[in-house]
Design a protein around this ligand. Structure first.
Ligand code: SDX
Length: 419
């Protein structure tokens, strides 16, 4: 497959075709405007590749997700979040020695500069955790020079969980609990979240394993909205902390990472409304109603999101091991069954996505709803960093899309007394 031919105003133009390692076909239109004078228009970029990348592969038709070639099902079952973080950021699963060194490096950088604690005093207790997270991440750039790229990657991977836990403690008016070097990455985060000065928090093993897996499932997803934002902002050459802070802001939106909180709010509304799904299904199908079935649909997956399946299984397992029940899980399962039998959802190939069950699993683990998207960011951080690093190493161009102008053509100035 050597070239694609475009015929415009009777003239033929050939454009090179590139084929990826999974046989994906791309038409390289890098010379489109220079040769034809026209641009391509693709609102939402549903048909446009912004880059070549070797990090994550998704096949939305077959429900395939792989990080650096490894299947998500295998990584979720066998790897730790730190192994997956190393894989995404540095390209390889670490040896035992590399993992010990990597873990030690992260452990030595979990503290925030003491002066950064003062920033939390300025936030109101009701501050949205994702707003606090993006602010605190950006403020790291006021402490660390952007010339220390490799060390700043370690600093950010290590400090994000401290920033997240401190923002939770701030929101509930409890004193900050400092990181502990004797605890593993995930256990340390849970300890900072739930311990109080007078009583350490013994992390239940089932919660520890479930959160470690959830972070793996959220770790990367190729050119999703927030990762594309990181590539866009990072392409200007700004520092890592400012770049990732922009990714946090993009993830916060309810159509993206904020969906895991919106799903819980939706399920609670169905519960409080007496459990009648049909009203909500009808609203989701009503074009005059902006309501969407949160946690359903995906730009890429037109089949089951493999992560949703793994999370659903883990939710059943964790609730059973903890001896807990959650009526929202029953509502979610009934909603899924009804939606998957409904022609509207079938015709549009709308399936549960990553966010549909994740909130119920977080709840089962005792994590607060307002922190769910922060947990998404904690998982997605390695992916953001991996893409930022790949773009820098490939010397990517400044991202600057074009547009088709549809406004006024030239018109004369009108003095104010004649308007
Ligand atoms: C994530 O990109 C990623 O990889 C993201 C992510 C990651 O790991 O980074 O996977 C994480 O963000 C998952 C998505 C979380 N968001 C939600 O669950 C919000 C609810 N979902 C929708 O808003 C929607 O499905 C999107 C935003 C996820 C995808 O929207 P698209 O690709 O722009 O699809 P669309 O809006 O063009 O929808 C196609 C049709 C439309 O109907 P028609 O105009 O054809 O009649 O499907 C309808 C939509 O109205 N539709 C829905 C729906 N999702 C799409 N109708 C009701 N409920 C929904 N959830």
């Amino acid at each position: 497959m050597s070239a694609a031919t475009l015929v415009l105003n009777g003239t033929s133009y050939d454009f090179p075709v590139i084929v990826g390692s999974e046989k994906e076909v791309g038409i390289d239109i890098g010379r489109l405007r220079a040769t034809t004078g026209a641009i391509a228009l693709d609102p939402g970029y549903g048909n446009t590749g912004s880059c070549k990348s070797a990090i994550t592969y998704i096949d939305g038709e077959k429900g395939i997700l792989r990080y650096r070639g490894y299947r998500i099902e295998e990584l979720a079952a066998k790897a730790s979040f730190l192994e997956v973080t190393h894989l995404l950021v540095y390209g390889t699963l670490p040896t035992a020695g590399e993992l010990r060194r990597f873990t030690r490096q992260l452990t030595e950088h979990t503290l925030l500069h003491e002066d950064m604690k003062k920033f939390y005093e300025g936030f109101p207790p009701s501050a949205r955790p994702m707003s606090v997270l993006s602010t605190m991440v950006a403020s790291l750039s006021t402490y660390y020079p952007d010339t220390q790229v490799d060390l700043n990657i370690i600093r950010l991977l290590a400090k994000l969980k401290t920033i997240a836990a401190f923002s939770y403690k701030k929101s509930i008016g409890q004193p900050f609990v400092y990181p502990r070097n004797d605890l593993g990455f995930v256990a340390d985060f849970l300890h900072m979240m739930f311990a109080v000065p007078s009583e350490p928090y013994d992390v239940p093993d089932v919660v520890h394993k479930a959160l470690d897996m959830l972070l793996i499932l959220h770790a990367d997803h190729e050119q999703n909205c927030s990762t594309s934002t990181v590539r866009m902002v990072g392409s200007s050459g700004t520092d890592l902390f400012s770049t990732v802070s922009s990714g946090v802001c993009a993830l916060a939106g309810p159509l993206h990472g904020g969906a895991n909180v919106a799903v819980i709010r939706m399920l609670e509304a169905i519960r409080d409304d007496g459990g009648d799904h049909s009203k909500f299904i009808a609203k989701a199908k009503d074009k005059s109603d902006p309501f969407r079935l949160m946690g359903f649909g995906h730009r890429v997956y037109k089949n089951f999101d493999p992560r949703a399946r793994l999370i659903k299984e883990a939710t059943d397992r964790v609730l059973s091991l903890l001896g807990r029940e959650d009526p929202l899980l029953d509502i979610a399962k009934r909603l899924e069954r009804i939606a998957l039998e409904d022609e509207y959802f079938i015709a549009r190939r709308l399936y549960p996505n990553l966010d549909f069950y994740s909130g119920i699993l977080y709840r089962a683990m005792g994590l607060p709803t307002d922190m769910f998207t922060v947990l998404f960011a904690l998982g997605r951080l390695p992916g953001w960093i991996a893409h930022w690093k790949e773009m820098r190493e490939m010397h990517g161009r400044l991202h600057r899309p074009r547009q088709i102008y549809t406004g006024h053509t030239e018109r004369a100035w009108i003095p104010i007394d004649q308007r």
